[in-house]
Design a protein around this ligand. Structure first.
Ligand code: GCB
Length: 592
């Protein structure tokens, strides 16, 4: 699905701002049929949970309602009119006046509705959006709903981040010509000094297609006609990690000499390949440095915020990080566009986190119920996962920054049923995008002898907590365990190995001379120990620390107002480890 954009043939109205807001039970039934009966207003984009001084809202389970009016610009009489929600976490229902126009399940991918037949150019309409935050065994991420003796509904879940919900990304009204570009796919290659650009344009109706590739200064560097084809850019400037270069592909639909739709897609020319134990970008070995991140800030929760976006990327540059993983869900498209423009490498992850009944919030529990079974994660979960992959890859396939798909975080890959669950999903990912490697983040209890799925993937991405959940406070033992573990994977698989998580909770301002977990010194020494080991293992292609910044989680005895494994605090101040990392990463410069 194309991100709405203003073009010579399309117009765009942003519907962000303050919307009337209420939780189900406190507003009228069928709230879309009239003015929402509330005095509250919620900011969009933002998760609603932390906006109000109201515990019931923060912990509400079920539907909440957002409402505002919007006016269709009067010049849109001959256009199709669409509404686009960049996300509604985790389920959305959209009403224009009394009419349901869209419904979507999945909290981190966009959806839209053609509302031409229910609105009129120049007139106002009432826009009501219901958002539901419930998680079950067939949603991604999954969760469990229970009813307490008091009758209160409660949501529990297996992932270690707060279940922020609401309209955390932008909402748009846009116009589109009746005959229009529906989708554009760009696949690039390198041929000597030239770049090759294979493109495919899907149109809503038969039309003549012409395309041209344009450089940043506006110079046309290649052109072609037809819905599919290949362009050649001589003396191409590649998109490189740390040195982004983007071109525009201008796509025009022409009918009898008139341009009926015009769409511009940015692209970068680059290649990605896994060869043996190497991860190659543009044919050169690439070593990932960086973090697993979260969309998480005070007050806004998971709400997209351009100021944090700029600042986070500034901090990544300052510290020498060349990459991050969108743990544990697809991030706002603005984040990927920024990464495209600034040469930051992205591992794009799905929201399939928590497919593991042996983990709770990072801690291992006894497996009492099988993870994959008709009662737990089943065919319906797998179907939701497949649908999520389709939506994610459709959304993100043209971003040069995205170099790999991570289709799940820490599933129970050592359990029976894992292979049956994942094999078709890996296959689907490869069909949807044959150009990018595929990985999954491997949980600590899956090792080279009991893991059942690693051979299906291109890169082995390990989440390991030696010195934290195992051998806590004993970095000598932890070093030994870590090295054996990594060497075990390297001995079994001829594949690149990447560390996608390692980290130690750290309270900013807590210090000690000794190996005391939670201190700033311990975090620094813990990371140093890991880096010594990584430098000794040949198949190693990168290190992404858990986490970039402290983030909010659900309540748990091992969480102090959230997870504190950030190298930066939640308000983005550096802990001591940040300075040590900076020394290492600026020195490495993406090559080990
Ligand atoms: C993990 C999870 C991550 C947690 C982290 C932790 O393995 O992938 O979501 O936050 O551990 O800190 O426990």
């Amino acid at each position: 699905m194309l991100k709405p954009r203003s073009t010579p043939t399309r117009e765009l109205v942003n519907l962000d701002g303050l919307w009337r807001f209420g939780i189900a039970g406190r507003v009228q039934d069928e709230p879309w049929t009239g003015r929402l009966d509330t005095t509250l207003e919620a900011a969009v984009p933002a998760s609603y949970n932390d906006l109000f001084a109201d515990r019931e809202i923060r912990d509400h389970v079920g539907w909440v309602w957002y409402q505002r009016t919007a006016r269709v610009p009067r010049g849109w009489a001959d256009e199709r009119v669409l509404l686009r929600l960049d996300s509604a976490t985790h389920q959305g229902r959209v009403y224009v006046d009394d009419q349901l126009v869209a419904e979507h399940v999945g909290g981190y991918t966009p959806f839209e509705a053609d509302i031409t037949d229910v609105v009129r150019a120049g007139e106002e309409f009432r826009l009501t959006v219901g958002v539901n935050n419930e998680l079950t065994n067939v949603t991604l991420p999954p969760g469990t709903l229970t009813v307490e003796q008091s009758g209160r509904r409660k949501q529990t879940y297996l992932h270690d981040f707060f279940n922020y919900a609401g309209l955390a990304r932008s909402v748009w009204l846009y116009s589109r010509p009746a005959t229009h570009v529906e989708d554009v796919t760009v696949v690039t290659g390198v041929d000597g000094a030239a770049g090759t650009v294979d493109y495919a344009v899907r149109t809503s109706a038969p039309a003549d297609v012409r395309v041209r590739a344009v450089d940043v200064d506006g110079t046309e560097v290649a052109a072609g006609t037809g819905a599919e084809g290949s362009l050649r850019i001589e003396d191409v400037r590649l998109w490189q990690p740390g040195a982004a270069h983007l071109y525009d592909l201008v796509v025009e639909l022409v009918d009898g000499g008139t341009v009926v739709d015009s769409w511009t897609e940015s692209f970068g020319v680059r290649t990605v390949e896994v060869r043996g134990t190497q991860f190659l970008i543009n044919g050169e070995p690439f070593y990932f440095t960086g973090f697993g991140k979260h969309e998480d800030t005070p007050i806004r929760g998971k709400g997209h915020d351009d100021a944090y976006l700029v600042h986070d990327f500034q901090l990544m540059e300052w510290i020498g990080a060349n990459s991050f993983r969108t743990s544990h869900y697809p991030y706002a498209e603005e984040v990927l566009e920024f990464a495209d423009r600034h040469g930051i490498v992205v591992i794009d992850e799905t929201s399939a986190v928590g497919l593991n009944l042996a983990v709770t919030g990072g801690l291992a529990g006894a497996v009492t119920t099988p993870t994959f079974s008709p009662e737990t994660f089943n065919d319906q979960t797998q179907a939701a996962h497949a649908q999520h992959l389709r939506e994610l890859i459709a959304r993100d396939k043209n971003h040069p920054s995205v170099v790999m798909w991570c289709i799940t975080n820490e599933p129970s890959s050592n359990e029976e049923g894992a292979r049956e669950y994942f094999e078709p999903l890996v296959q689907l990912t490869r069909e949807l995008d044959p150009t990018r490697p595929v990985t999954y983040a491997v949980v600590m209890f899956a090792n080279p002898s009991n893991d059942r799925i690693a051979d299906l993937f291109d890169v082995i991405s390990l989440n390991r907590y030696y010195g934290w959940y195992v051998a806590n406070g004993d970095l000598v033992t932890a070093e030994d365990y870590l090295e054996r573990d990594l060497r075990g994977w390297a001995a079994k698989y001829d594949k690149p190995i990447l560390m996608t998580e390692y980290g130690a909770d750290t309270m900013q301002g807590l210090h000690s001379l000794w190996d005391i977990p939670w201190t700033e010194e311990y975090q620094r020494d813990f990371l140093d120990m890991h880096h010594r080991v990584f430098d000794r293992v040949e198949a190693f292609v990168g290190e992404q620390i858990w986490n970039f910044a402290d983030f909010q989680t659900t309540r748990a005895i091992h969480r102090v107002d959230g997870n504190k494994k950030g190298v930066f605090t939640r308000d983005r101040r550096p802990k001591a480890a940040a300075h040590a990392l900076r020394q290492r990463w600026l020195g490495l410069n993406g090559v080990k």
